[in-house]
Unconditional design. Structure first.
Length: 135
């Protein structure tokens, strides 16, 4: 997507693989996905619930649902109050704006999603600030 498309309010994705990917997608695969899954609201770690952002197995396939089968539906991963992971994930704040960053939240003891993965924003800031790189 180019800057002109963004400014014009056009947000479609440009297909860079036209030799193998058709604009309508893989219809047999899309039919199978629609048969097995339904679109549902989904809670995202650090952000909260987003309507129509997740997939869940349809009732017909309920016997394959690991949440139900193993009784883990109620398990959640909540960040502590001092963690501002949601603000960081949405780009509203930077890792060094977090009061826990580098003190209570480190890659060895992460409080939120952006510090858990080595590709996370907080983990990257933590790693490279040690080399003197700042904003």
């Amino acid at each position: 997507m180019c800057v002109e498309q963004l400014e014009a309010g056009r947000h479609e994705v440009e297909n860079q693989y036209t030799r193998s990917v058709r604009p309508e997608g893989n219809r047999p695969a899309l039919r199978q996905i629609a048969e097995v899954f339904q679109i549902v609201p989904r809670k995202w770690r650090g952000i909260g619930e987003i309507p129509q952002s997740g997939l869940a197995l349809r009732e017909t396939y309920g016997k394959f649902d690991a949440d139900r089968r193993f009784g883990v539906e109620a398990i959640t991963a909540e960040e502590p109050a001092e963690c501002i992971a949601g603000e960081i994930l949405q780009g509203h704040k930077k890792p060094h704006d977090c009061p826990a960053f580098g003190l209570y939240c480190t890659p060895e003891r992460p409080l939120g999603a952006p510090m858990v993965s080595s590709e996370g924003a907080c983990a990257a800031y933590y790693r490279y600030r040690r080399r003197g790189i700042r904003d």
